[in-house]
Design a protein around this ligand. Sequence first.
Ligand code: SF4
Ligand code: MG
Length: 336
Amino acid sequence: NDVILRVRDLRVSFSTYAGRVEAVRGVSFDLRRGETLAIVGESGSGKSVTAKSLMRLLPEANSTIEGGEALFDGKDLLKLPERQMRGIRGRRISMIFQDPMTSLNPTMKVGRQIAESLKRHLGLSGRAARERAVELLRMVGIPRPEARVDQYPHQFSGGMRQRVVIAIALACDPDVLIADEPTTALDVTIQAQILQLLRDLQERRGLSVILITHDLGVVAEVSHRVAVMYAGKVVETGTVHEIFRDPKHPYTWGLLTSVPLPTLDRSRELVPISGSPPNLLHPPQGCPFTARCPHAMKICAMEMPEYTVFSDEHRAACWLHHELAPKVRPPAQVGG
Ligand code: SF4
Ligand code: MG
């Protein structure tokens, strides 16, 4: 079986002063061994909440996993006791975040921070842990790792700090790395270097990666498959090629026409998606994109469309693919 993580019908809600917010509304996807799966969408689409529920890192006070399953190694991550979860988090599945400073302890030398993880999970300590820390810093492309291992986080640049975070995340040789907007806080040239590093590591170590991003440019660079999220749902999935060359969902069309992409014609006109996502305090019963969709029909507001299957990998939830719907072509800037 080449599926390492199978997520089915994940539903997560938050209680707020105003009521219950349905942040994730039935998300399903598979992560295959050795692939990078990108989860793409605007902020608030439920990408990070999805990732955090898999790691069981949601705030206990106000969040609830309402249902679904996340099978990893025969176990449902959503139901594991916290004690067993601790043996998985950071050991079998690691997560990195947008701002490296949130994952680093500013008062501790980076070598010791890596060693802590090695000690906790693998029982390494002393010289072995230090040697492994140096080796990890070298692996993530930090020059002079023998000297850098004894420095503090503030002595590293933003990009180098994210490399340290990646070293810590990979210290115990996990099977899965979840990277939540790992390059968003970095400037463009550094972004490219970190993405290149993630791709190298993924290939060299056969790592399975979930890359969470709002940036389709990032997706094109490093992923194999893409899941597009909108308002707590996955509205389209496909290979990178399918999503970029033959997208089927109007929201995906909107994403593709609203940002500059290295893979598409640079001279094309960019058109932002007007309007804003629905309030998930009162989720729409039909297609969540209805209010912003230039092609919305009467049924769209009334009923959520099923997925139409276009290939082994490619499916989209949109009424336009119903046999009785009018034929609509994607905007000219998309596909080709
Ligand atoms: Fe637009 Fe209707 Fe398709 Fe939703 S289902 S994306 S509103 S056409
Ligand atoms: Mg987020």
